[in-house]
Design a protein around this ligand. Structure first.
Ligand code: HEC
Length: 173
Protein backbone atom coordinates (compact mmCIF):
# COMPACT_ATOMS: atom_id res chain seq x y z
CA UNK A 1 0.00 0.00 0.00
CA UNK A 2 2.80 2.40 0.92
CA UNK A 3 4.52 2.19 -2.42
CA UNK A 4 1.61 2.86 -4.78
CA UNK A 5 0.52 5.70 -2.49
CA UNK A 6 4.03 7.07 -2.76
CA UNK A 7 3.85 6.83 -6.50
CA UNK A 8 0.58 8.74 -6.49
CA UNK A 9 2.15 11.50 -4.44
CA UNK A 10 5.10 11.49 -6.79
CA UNK A 11 2.73 11.91 -9.67
CA UNK A 12 1.02 14.86 -8.00
CA UNK A 13 4.44 16.40 -7.55
CA UNK A 14 5.30 15.74 -11.18
CA UNK A 15 2.03 17.30 -12.25
CA UNK A 16 2.94 20.46 -10.39
CA UNK A 17 0.42 20.26 -7.56
CA UNK A 18 3.23 20.93 -5.08
CA UNK A 19 4.64 23.55 -7.42
CA UNK A 20 1.50 25.63 -7.11
CA UNK A 21 1.44 25.20 -3.34
CA UNK A 22 5.14 26.01 -3.11
CA UNK A 23 4.69 29.22 -5.07
CA UNK A 24 1.67 30.25 -3.04
CA UNK A 25 3.59 29.65 0.19
CA UNK A 26 6.83 31.33 -0.74
CA UNK A 27 7.19 34.21 1.72
CA UNK A 28 10.62 35.94 1.93
CA UNK A 29 11.06 34.47 5.44
CA UNK A 30 11.43 31.07 3.82
CA UNK A 31 14.68 32.16 2.18
CA UNK A 32 16.68 32.59 5.38
CA UNK A 33 18.06 30.07 7.83
CA UNK A 34 19.83 26.77 7.63
CA UNK A 35 16.81 24.66 8.36
CA UNK A 36 15.21 25.55 5.07
CA UNK A 37 18.18 25.01 2.83
CA UNK A 38 17.51 21.41 1.93
CA UNK A 39 13.87 22.24 1.51
CA UNK A 40 14.63 25.16 -0.77
CA UNK A 41 16.93 23.00 -2.83
CA UNK A 42 14.13 20.56 -3.34
CA UNK A 43 11.63 23.24 -4.24
CA UNK A 44 14.24 24.85 -6.45
CA UNK A 45 14.04 21.73 -8.57
CA UNK A 46 10.28 21.97 -8.58
CA UNK A 47 10.49 25.49 -10.00
CA UNK A 48 12.12 24.19 -13.17
CA UNK A 49 9.59 23.81 -15.95
CA UNK A 50 8.40 20.21 -15.82
CA UNK A 51 8.83 18.58 -19.20
CA UNK A 52 5.70 16.74 -20.26
CA UNK A 53 7.06 13.47 -21.55
CA UNK A 54 3.64 11.91 -22.04
CA UNK A 55 2.93 10.63 -25.51
CA UNK A 56 0.09 12.59 -27.17
CA UNK A 57 -2.69 10.40 -28.54
CA UNK A 58 -5.27 11.54 -31.08
CA UNK A 59 -8.83 10.26 -30.68
CA UNK A 60 -11.75 11.49 -32.80
CA UNK A 61 -13.53 14.22 -30.79
CA UNK A 62 -16.68 12.27 -29.82
CA UNK A 63 -14.58 9.30 -28.71
CA UNK A 64 -12.34 11.59 -26.70
CA UNK A 65 -15.40 13.07 -24.93
CA UNK A 66 -16.81 9.61 -24.28
CA UNK A 67 -13.45 8.42 -22.91
CA UNK A 68 -13.06 11.41 -20.59
CA UNK A 69 -16.59 10.88 -19.28
CA UNK A 70 -15.78 7.25 -18.60
CA UNK A 71 -12.54 8.37 -16.87
CA UNK A 72 -14.58 10.52 -14.51
CA UNK A 73 -16.75 7.52 -13.82
CA UNK A 74 -13.59 5.48 -13.10
CA UNK A 75 -12.67 7.96 -10.38
CA UNK A 76 -16.20 7.89 -8.98
CA UNK A 77 -16.09 4.08 -9.00
CA UNK A 78 -12.77 4.02 -7.11
CA UNK A 79 -14.29 6.34 -4.52
CA UNK A 80 -17.39 4.18 -4.17
CA UNK A 81 -15.23 1.07 -3.77
CA UNK A 82 -13.29 2.74 -0.94
CA UNK A 83 -16.55 3.70 0.77
CA UNK A 84 -17.86 0.15 0.44
CA UNK A 85 -14.62 -1.31 1.83
CA UNK A 86 -14.70 1.13 4.73
CA UNK A 87 -18.22 -0.04 5.52
CA UNK A 88 -17.16 -3.69 5.30
CA UNK A 89 -19.41 -4.24 2.26
CA UNK A 90 -16.91 -6.41 0.41
CA UNK A 91 -19.35 -8.03 -2.00
CA UNK A 92 -20.65 -4.65 -3.11
CA UNK A 93 -17.08 -3.40 -3.60
CA UNK A 94 -16.39 -6.46 -5.76
CA UNK A 95 -19.52 -5.82 -7.79
CA UNK A 96 -18.71 -2.13 -8.31
CA UNK A 97 -15.18 -2.95 -9.46
CA UNK A 98 -16.22 -5.67 -11.86
CA UNK A 99 -19.13 -3.78 -13.36
CA UNK A 100 -17.51 -0.34 -13.72
CA UNK A 101 -13.79 -1.07 -14.08
CA UNK A 102 -13.33 -4.76 -14.73
CA UNK A 103 -13.41 -6.87 -17.84
CA UNK A 104 -17.23 -6.61 -17.81
CA UNK A 105 -16.90 -2.84 -18.23
CA UNK A 106 -15.05 -3.07 -21.54
CA UNK A 107 -18.11 -2.89 -23.85
CA UNK A 108 -19.55 0.01 -21.79
CA UNK A 109 -16.34 1.96 -22.26
CA UNK A 110 -16.34 1.43 -25.99
CA UNK A 111 -12.95 -0.23 -25.60
CA UNK A 112 -13.48 -2.09 -28.82
CA UNK A 113 -13.97 1.13 -30.83
CA UNK A 114 -11.17 3.10 -29.19
CA UNK A 115 -8.52 0.37 -29.10
CA UNK A 116 -7.41 0.95 -32.74
CA UNK A 117 -6.61 4.60 -31.90
CA UNK A 118 -4.33 3.67 -28.99
CA UNK A 119 -0.60 3.05 -29.16
CA UNK A 120 0.19 -0.54 -28.12
CA UNK A 121 1.49 0.55 -24.71
CA UNK A 122 -1.69 2.45 -23.94
CA UNK A 123 -3.81 -0.52 -24.94
CA UNK A 124 -1.72 -2.71 -22.65
CA UNK A 125 -2.16 -0.19 -19.80
CA UNK A 126 -5.92 -0.27 -20.34
CA UNK A 127 -6.02 -4.07 -20.30
CA UNK A 128 -3.85 -4.08 -17.16
CA UNK A 129 -6.35 -1.80 -15.41
CA UNK A 130 -9.35 -3.92 -16.36
CA UNK A 131 -7.51 -7.08 -15.29
CA UNK A 132 -6.50 -5.48 -11.95
CA UNK A 133 -10.15 -4.55 -11.33
CA UNK A 134 -11.31 -8.10 -12.04
CA UNK A 135 -8.56 -9.44 -9.72
CA UNK A 136 -9.70 -6.99 -7.05
CA UNK A 137 -13.26 -8.33 -7.38
CA UNK A 138 -12.01 -11.84 -6.61
CA UNK A 139 -9.91 -10.67 -3.64
CA UNK A 140 -12.81 -8.60 -2.27
CA UNK A 141 -15.19 -11.56 -2.50
CA UNK A 142 -12.63 -13.66 -0.60
CA UNK A 143 -12.39 -10.88 1.96
CA UNK A 144 -16.13 -11.06 2.56
CA UNK A 145 -15.40 -14.53 3.96
CA UNK A 146 -11.96 -14.01 5.52
CA UNK A 147 -12.38 -10.40 6.65
CA UNK A 148 -8.96 -9.57 5.15
CA UNK A 149 -9.38 -5.85 4.51
CA UNK A 150 -5.60 -5.55 4.06
CA UNK A 151 -5.69 -7.85 1.05
CA UNK A 152 -8.60 -5.95 -0.46
CA UNK A 153 -6.89 -2.58 0.01
CA UNK A 154 -3.70 -3.96 -1.55
CA UNK A 155 -5.64 -5.18 -4.58
CA UNK A 156 -7.40 -1.82 -4.81
CA UNK A 157 -4.03 -0.06 -4.90
CA UNK A 158 -3.13 -2.19 -7.90
CA UNK A 159 -6.11 -0.74 -9.74
CA UNK A 160 -5.06 2.84 -9.00
CA UNK A 161 -1.45 2.01 -9.86
CA UNK A 162 -2.75 0.98 -13.28
CA UNK A 163 -4.55 4.35 -13.67
CA UNK A 164 -1.33 6.12 -12.68
CA UNK A 165 0.77 4.13 -15.13
CA UNK A 166 -1.38 5.07 -18.13
CA UNK A 167 -1.69 8.71 -17.07
CA UNK A 168 2.09 8.92 -16.70
CA UNK A 169 2.62 7.71 -20.25
CA UNK A 170 -0.18 9.19 -22.36
CA UNK A 171 -2.33 12.27 -22.84
CA UNK A 172 -4.81 13.37 -25.44
CA UNK A 173 -3.55 15.63 -28.16
C1 HEC B 1 -5.26 3.27 -20.91
C2 HEC B 1 -4.96 4.54 -20.33
C3 HEC B 1 -5.71 5.04 -19.14
C4 HEC B 1 -6.10 4.33 -18.03
C5 HEC B 1 -5.85 2.88 -17.69
C6 HEC B 1 -6.78 5.27 -17.18
N1 HEC B 1 -6.81 6.50 -17.76
FE1 HEC B 1 -7.67 8.16 -16.99
N2 HEC B 1 -7.08 9.24 -18.62
C7 HEC B 1 -6.34 8.74 -19.67
C8 HEC B 1 -6.03 9.81 -20.59
C9 HEC B 1 -5.25 9.68 -21.91
C10 HEC B 1 -6.62 10.97 -20.07
C11 HEC B 1 -6.55 12.39 -20.64
C12 HEC B 1 -5.32 13.04 -20.04
C13 HEC B 1 -4.87 14.29 -20.75
O1 HEC B 1 -5.14 14.43 -21.96
O2 HEC B 1 -4.21 15.12 -20.09
C14 HEC B 1 -7.29 10.57 -18.83
C15 HEC B 1 -8.01 11.43 -18.01
C16 HEC B 1 -8.58 11.07 -16.81
C17 HEC B 1 -9.36 11.95 -15.98
C18 HEC B 1 -9.72 13.39 -16.31
C19 HEC B 1 -11.10 13.37 -16.98
C20 HEC B 1 -11.52 14.71 -17.55
O3 HEC B 1 -12.72 14.95 -17.60
O4 HEC B 1 -10.64 15.50 -17.93
C21 HEC B 1 -9.70 11.25 -14.86
C22 HEC B 1 -10.51 11.75 -13.67
C23 HEC B 1 -9.16 9.91 -15.00
N3 HEC B 1 -8.50 9.83 -16.20
C24 HEC B 1 -9.32 8.91 -14.07
C25 HEC B 1 -8.84 7.61 -14.24
C26 HEC B 1 -8.94 6.58 -13.22
C27 HEC B 1 -9.52 6.76 -11.84
C28 HEC B 1 -8.39 5.46 -13.77
C29 HEC B 1 -8.22 4.10 -13.17
C30 HEC B 1 -9.35 3.47 -12.53
C31 HEC B 1 -7.94 5.81 -15.11
N4 HEC B 1 -8.25 7.12 -15.35
C32 HEC B 1 -7.34 4.93 -15.96
C33 HEC B 1 -5.94 7.45 -19.85
C34 HEC B 1 -6.15 6.41 -18.95
Amino acid sequence: MARPAGRLLGLCAALGVSLTLAQAADPPAMHGGHAHHGHQGHQGQMHQPVADARQPVKFPAPMREHTLASMRDHLAALTQIQQELAAGRFDEAAETAERRLGMSALPVHGAHQSAPFMPAGMRAAGSAMHAAASRFAVVARDASVTGRLDKAVGALAEISAACVACHAGYRFE
